[in-house]
Design a protein around this ligand. Structure first.
Ligand SMILES: [Zn+2]
Ligand SMILES: [Zn+2]
Ligand SMILES: [Zn+2]
Length: 329
C-alpha cells in the first residue's frame, strides 16, 4: 500500500493491491480482553484501582507503519509517498460489554484522557502532521473488532476533510476575525432549534447542512483548537463531555445501531508544515469537535464516509482487468 495524491483535489489516497494472505481472524477469543492469550503489544494504559481502565495497543494489521521516512517523491506531475505513520487500537474499556453508551462517565472519561495522551505523544514525532481518532461501529459501518474500541492513525499528511475545514476556518477568520465554529455555536444556541443537548462546557447539535440523516456534532462551547490540550488540562472534559458523549450515542442508537465517529482536532503545531499556510492563525480559527455520522440501513449504499479513501485494488490492476474484460462491443 502507498499514498498517492490526487493532483486536482490535493487529497491523499491510500491505494495498492491488498494481499489476500491471512484473511480475517476467526471469531472466538477476543484479543483485547484482559485475559487474552495472545495479547497485542500495549503502548500505553490508564491505570484504574484494579488493573487498567483504557489502553492503547498496536493495530494487529496496521495501515501505517512507524519505521522509515515518508519518502515523498514526484512521479511526473503526481506525488506519492509510503504509508509511514502509526496505527493504534484504543481499547475503551477492559470489559467486553461496556460500550461508550453503556459505560460509566468515569470510564468514558478515562478513555478520553488516554486519547488525549496518545494524540499528544504522537505529535512529538516531527514526521507526523495529523492524528485522527475514529470509531466505526456496526457491521454496515465497517466495525473491525468485537471489543469496545476506537482507532487512532498518525499520518504524514492532513486528511482531506480536516484540510477543508482548516482552509475554510482560516478564510472566515481572515474576513471576520472570528472563529466560524464559535459563530455557528452562538447562532445555534440562540436559535436553539438544532441543539440536542448542552452539558457544562459542551454542546451536541445537528449541523445546519447534514451529510447524512441524524448527523451530530459535539463541540466545546469555549473556543479551543486542540482537543488534546483541553483533555489534559480541563477536568470538565472527563465529566461533562463523557456524559454528553454517552447520552448522544444513546440517542443515535434509537435510530440505528451503526455509526461512524471522528474527532477533528488541530494538526501538529509542534512541528508546523512549511508549505501549508494555516499554521499562523490556527489557534484562533480552528475549533475541535466530534462528528457522529449514523449509518442508516436503507441509506447505507448512498454514502460512504472515509477520512482517508482506502482503495484495495490499484488502478493498474483495475485498468488491466477492465481492458481484458469481455464486452459486447
Ligand atoms: Zn474483549
Ligand atoms: Zn471557536
Ligand atoms: Zn469536522
Amino acid at each position: 500500500m502507498e499514498l498517492r495524491k490526487d493532483p486536482i483535489t490535493r487529497s491523499w489516497v491510500m491505494t495498492g493491491d491488498e494481499s489476500t494472505m491471512g484473511g480475517p481472524r476467526p471469531e472466538g477469543a477476543c484479543r483485547f480482553c484482559p485475559d487474552a492469550p495472545d495479547a497485542t503489544q500495549v503502548i500505553s494504559a490508564v491505570p484504574a484501582t484494579s488493573g487498567w481502565s483504557a489502553r492503547s495497543m498496536v493495530h494487529p494489521a496496521p495501515l501505517y507503519h512507524i519505521e522509515g521516512e515518508p519518502g515523498r517523491r514526484g512521479d511526473g506531475i503526481y506525488d506519492r509517498m509510503s504509508s509511514v505513520g502509526a496505527h493504534e487500537v484504543l481499547v475503551e474499556n477492559p470489559r467486553h460489554d461496556r460500550q461508550l453508551w453503556s459505560a460509566s462517565d468515569d470510564e468514558i472519561g478515562q478513555f478520553l484522557r488516554l486519547a488525549a495522551e496518545r494524540i499528544m505523544d504522537l505529535k512529538r514525532d516531527p514526521r507526523i502532521k495529523y492524528v485522527s481518532l475514529y470509531k466505526d461501529y456496526g457491521s454496515s459501518a465497517g466495525q473491525e473488532f468485537g471489543h469496545p474500541s476506537s482507532q487512532l492513525t498518525a499520518t504524514t499528511f492532513v486528511p482531506r476533510r480536516v484540510l477543508y475545514e482548516l482552509r475554510a476556518g482560516r478564510e472566515y477568520f481572515s474576513q471576520k476575525e472570528r472563529c466560524v465554529f464559535c459563530d455557528i455555536l452562538s447562532q445555534e444556541e440562540r436559535q436553539a432549534s438544532r441543539v440536542i443537548e448542552a452539558r457544562g462546557d459542551y454542546v451536541a447539535l445537528g449541523p445546519y447542512a447534514p451529510r447524512v440523516p441524524y448527523e451530530t456534532w459535539i463541540m466545546p462551547r469555549n473556543h479551543e483548537a486542540s482537543f488534546e490540550r483541553t483533555g489534559l488540562s480541563k477536568p470538565g472534559l472527563r465529566t461533562n463531555l463523557a456524559a454528553l458523549l454517552r447520552r448522544t450515542l444513546q440517542r443515535v442508537r434509537t435510530v440505528t445501531e451503526s455509526f461512524h465517529l471522528v474527532l477533528h482536532t488541530s494538526p501538529n503545531s509542534l512541528h508546523p508544515s512549511k508549505t501549508l499556510g494555516y499554521w499562523k492563525t490556527i489557534d484562533d480559527d480552528y475549533h475541535w469537535h466530534i462528528e457522529i455520522m449514523p449509518v442508516l440501513a436503507t441509506k447505507a449504499r448512498s454514502y460512504t464516509f472515509k477520512e482517508v479513501y482506502y482503495s484495495p485494488v490499484s488502478s493498474e490492476t483495475a485498468v488491466k482487468q477492465l481492458r481484458e474484460a469481455k464486452i459486447d462491443g
